[in-house]
Design a protein around this ligand. Sequence first.
Ligand code: HH2
Length: 260
Amino acid sequence: MGVLNATPDSFSDGGAWLEPARAAAHAVAMVEAGAAVLDLGAESTRPGAEPVPPEAELARLLPVLRAVRRAVGVPLSVDTMKAAVARAALGEGADLVNDVSAGRFDRGMLALCAREAVPVVLMHMRGMPCTMQRAPRYGDVVRTVADFLARRAGAAEAAGVARDAIIVDPGFGFGKTLAHNLALLARLDAVAALGYPVLVGVSRKGFVGQLCGEAAPAARGWGTAAAVALAVARGARVLRVHDVAAMRDVVAVAAAVATA
Ligand code: HH2
């Protein structure tokens, strides 16, 4: 899954893909590099980010989505917590919804996904982006996250989403310390054991930078590669990444070993 942020302020590529023609060219490049799906977002969820009103999110997203939809044939995911934004994006040719609040932020989101019969990514986040990194604390972070995802998947099914349309994500960096992120990666098999496909978003994240001593997100490629390979080995099925060409090779090798 290639990341395309139509935002001015995303932590690693903010401002780069706001212009529709540039975004479409980047989308084509990611598909040519091996992306099977693209994730388009127009609201940064980096730690401390303030919420964006739906009108502003749509004003950024729709021109980029239309241009990308014309340019590539792969499924497009819309990264949003708002049902109104997801509904408009699905109307413009998006194929699935990536909700980092797992349907908690907007009560209409799961019903919308059910009605439209589209897959939905349910991610674990502690609180909301503006507050999530304030002293996160858990007893057993892996148990807490797995139980949360099981509950949210249950809520999605209760809202009418088909079981095989649900993807779960432990939410690396969303209200987690370095130790929490490491525990989740080390024991990702406990999340995979829920029985839903697991999506993992470790690309260029802060915990990779902490381990590698890399302040610049774009310089975290090798650290990201290690985390992606280990995630695949422990059952991840969808890898949300910025550097598609390099990570396609990492996934190819790791997946071959995992299934040997
Ligand atoms: N991470 C980010 C955004 N959306 N969605 C899922 N399902 N999983 C993730 O780990 C995830 C996500 C943050 O990365 P990015 O989009 O590059 O940055 P920003 O939130 O600053 O736009």
